[in-house]
Write a protein that binds this ligand. Structure first.
Ligand SMILES: Cc1ncc(COP(=O)(O)O)c(C=O)c1O
Length: 492
């Protein structure tokens, strides 16, 4: 049997005056345990025979230690290097350089990218640039419009589109409403198919549009994923649009868009993709996938801030749609100031609304430039390695995974169920220098290209430590804890 040697085991050994802890060859010594042992002058001695309980009586045991996830058995489908024995995987970019660009990483392990990315020197400087420009110029619309266009260009690059196929707005909610308001009503197609994996805002917008005669039906989740066969069952000749997410925000389940979009189109339905939870972490080519609409905001893996979002609209369909949710920037010439003439810009700009979000466009461009510089392929490769490491580490520690274990259907987010109030668990993690993100019964570990393997080890060890504490007093205990995380895991 394998054992996990935790920091608590080291405490017990230290208190009983031991200088050595005997471990079995297969035992897992957590990084916190290693750190504490070093501080206390305790060494680990590997025994030939695995001791049943190495230190004290509190060492936790593995649940299902013999489990081998499919990605360990078969590494052909995704480019995984971590499983190869003896070689530590190396990121295909300069990790140290990039980590320095995110100052917060020197004090925190930030894995809340499914919620909000950390600030970088580039995004910070972009914000300052806008403020300086505003301060010195007072008003600089020509330059500001150019900056908004640059933001569209950078977004277009990520999804292989043309900037003319991109509209700018402030949220995915807004763009879902814009798309809904553009659908023709003079047709027999009245069905809108939505999956239960959508972020609630998307479902809310479609439900709100029932007053225009739309019949909204939801494809259910089964064990945290959507069954691809359900698209054949739900999407039919009455369907006008099918609204799907690229990645499920709760557990990182990634849909197979390549197989799904043809199923949707086969029935004559449009495809609307909410790509917010994965964009920037895996290649997504709107042309290759033949996507009709794709929306995303920028504060997650696109490394920016709230208050800006983009919508891709396929060139061939844009000119046939007239969104009723509109504004003066959707006009052929916004500066014509002709109140009586409702014309439509030729391309996706007709999906633009009011005055564009200039300050956040500066910041978003900087964030997306990072993604385009590091390269989505490289980010995909590294975040897959992190995912693999995280799943394996979570299973070895007996944690309750809510995410798929197959990397082919998983984005960076690894969700772990926790008992009690998950927000309290999130706060307890923060006390240990880990910024992760709670959602209902899980706390999500959502790394990015700047995350290291040892960060994942440290974070998982923290989960184990917090889980050992009684649920109701976990926060208080952790607040009083003497363990500080001061250098982003550099000592690990
Ligand atoms: C997949 C997804 N879509 C949409 C949203 C919310 O979008 P917005 O607040 O821009 O409307 C989120 C927020 O977390 C999300 O994860």
């Amino acid at each position: 049997m394998k054992n996990i040697i935790t920091g608590e085991d080291v405490d017990i050994a230290f208190e009983s005056g031991k200088k050595e802890i005997v471990v079995g060859p297969e035992d897992i010594v957590t990084s916190i345990a290693k750190e504490k042992a070093e501080k206390c002058g305790i060494r680990f001695v590997v025994a030939e025979k695995i001791p049943s309980t190495p230190v004290g009586s509190t060492a936790s045991t593995l649940n299902g230690a013999s489990f081998t996830p499919s990605f360990v058995r078969d590494d052909k489908t995704v480019p995984i290097h971590a499983a190869r024995s003896g070689t530590a995987p190396i990121p295909p970019f300069d990790m140290e350089y990039w980590r320095k660009q995110f100052p917060l990483l020197s004090t925190y392990a930030h894995v809340a990218n499914c919620s909000h990315a950390p600030q970088s020197t580039f995004t910070r400087n972009a914000a300052i640039e806008y403020l300086e420009n505003w301060n010195t110029m007072g008003m600089d619309w020509d330059r500001w419009m150019e900056e908004v266009y640059h933001a569209k260009e950078e977004f277009a690059k990520i999804i292989n589109a043309d900037p003319g196929e991109i509209a700018v707005g402030t949220s995915v909610s807004e763009f879902t409403s814009t798309v809904a308001s553009s659908l023709p009503l003079n047709t027999n197609r009245k069905k809108v198919i939505v999956t239960d994996a959508e972020f609630p805002t998307v479902g809310h917008v479609w439900l709100a549009n029932r007053k225009y005669g739309f019949n909204v039906q939801f494809i259910p989740l089964k064990d945290g994923i959507i069954d691809i066969g359900d698209y054949d069952r739900y999407v039919d000749e009455d369907t006008i649009i099918t609204s799907i997410c690229d990645v499920y925000y709760y557990n990182g389940f990634k849909q197979d868009l390549k197989s799904i979009i043809p199923k949707i189109h086969e029935k004559g339905s449009l495809a609307y993709v909410d790509a917010y939870q994965g964009l920037g972490t895996h290649p997504l080519d709107v042309k290759e996938l033949d996507i009709d609409f794709l929306a995303s905001g920028n504060l997650k893996y696109l490394l920016s801030v709230p208050g800006i979002a983009f919508l891709y609209v396929k060139k061939e369909i844009a000119e046939h749609l007239q969104p009723a949710f509109t504004g003066w920037f959707g006009r052929v010439d916004p500066f014509a100031f002709d109140i009586h003439n409702l014309d439509w810009a030729k391309d996706a700009r007709r999906f633009d609304n009011g005055t564009p979000p200039v300050p956040t466009a500066y910041i978003a461009t900087a964030g997306m430039k990072i993604i385009n510089t590091v390269g989505v392929e490289n980010i995909f490769q590294w975040t897959n390695i992190l995912s693999e490491h995280c799943i394996k580490g979570a299973l070895e520690r007996g944690l309750d995974l809510a995410s798929p274990t197959d990397l082919n259907i998983k984005a960076p987010n690894t969700a772990i169920r926790v008992p009690g109030d998950s927000h309290e668990f999130e706060m307890a993690l923060r006390k240990k220098g880990v910024i992760a993100s709670a959602r209902s019964d899980v706390v999500r570990i959502a790394p990015h290209f700047f995350t290291r393997l040892e960060d994942i080890d440290y974070i998982l060890d923290c989960y184990v430590e917090i889980l050992k504490m009684p649920v109701d007093s976990a926060r208080k205990k952790i607040a009083a804890s003497r363990w500080e995380y001061t250098n982003g895991g550099n000592a690990l």
